[in-house]
Design a protein around this ligand. Structure first.
Ligand SMILES: Cc1cc2nc3c(=O)[nH]c(=O)nc-3n(C[C@H](O)[C@H](O)[C@H](O)COP(=O)(O)OP(=O)(O)OC[C@H]3O[C@@H](n4cnc5c(N)ncnc54)[C@H](O)[C@@H]3O)c2cc1C
Length: 205
């Protein structure tokens, strides 16, 4: 592995210890993409083509454990971290210069609990993928008008969509969420202890 450079939260240019990066890579279930790797150029792109940031590392997370390891790596080395779902944030907040991207796009797990009208979905699911699964059960909720917006970023911003006049914003339908805190803890936030989105009988069916 060639020399990896990063920029700390204080703005200092540092060289990342290659042994620490190798150990981090070994702990990840998903791929760790470095600037020298062929997928890097594509992996660093976000929806807004005017954003041209160069993260030191891109961690393709496959589950909560990968997200946790990525947060811990960023903390240890005091480098910025950016979370990525659909990458639609126009300001490019799903990436960063010199830090690490926790790319949740491999996290596509979803389970529809039709009896409870709830969906358990991972942080890399896009609205088109969400709708495809819920419509099998005749269910739907307020989501993005465009298929490839991420469920995480849109819901965190409130989330307006086709069903909002009847069911409110996307965030109104969020029951709970599994959260990895900046301190490296995993908590389930919400009054209900299972991470889920409420779903309604779709008016479109
Ligand atoms: C083509 C297009 C159509 C759109 N349509 C709609 C619409 O119909 N309704 C609407 O309300 N908005 C819409 N938006 C705006 C959209 O909701 C926001 O841009 C939103 O931030 C995109 O979420 P994302 O997951 O796709 O993007 P990202 O850029 O991946 O994420 C957005 C923000 O959330 C953070 N984030 C993502 N995942 C996590 C996570 N798991 N944990 C913590 N932070 C996280 C990111 O770091 C970033 O700051 C649209 C945007 C575009 C570009």
């Amino acid at each position: 592995m060639s020399t990896l450079r990063a920029t700390t939260l204080a703005g200092t240019d540092i060289q990342l210890d290659s042994a620490a990066v190798t150990a981090f890579k070994a702990r990840l279930h998903g791929a760790l993409v470095c600037p020298e790797d062929p997928p890097y150029e594509q992996a660093r792109k976000v929806w807004n083509g005017m954003i041209d940031k160069h993260p030191a590392l891109i961690a393709r997370c496959t589950g909560v454990a990968d997200v946790l390891h990525t947060v811990q790596f960023a903390r240890t080395h005091e480098i910025p971290i950016a979370m990525r779902c659909g990458s639609h944030n126009a300001a490019g907040h799903a990436t960063c210069d010199g830090g690490i991207v926790a790319d949740l796009t491999p996290m596509k797990g979803m389970r529809v609990d039709a009896a409870q009208r709830r969906v358990h979905a991972q942080g890399g699911v896009l609205w088109g993928e969400f709708d495809r699964e819920t419509q099998v059960y005749g269910l739907g909720t307020t989501g993005g008008a465009v298929n490839d917006t991420g469920i995480a970023g849109l819901t965190l911003g409130g989330g307006i969509g086709w069903l909002m006049s009847q069911y409110g914003l996307a965030c109104d339908n969020l029951v709970s969420a599994d959260v990895v805190t900046a301190e490296g803890e995993v908590i389930t936030a919400g009054c209900d202890r299972s991470a889920a989105l409420n779903c309604h009988l779709s008016v479109a069916l």
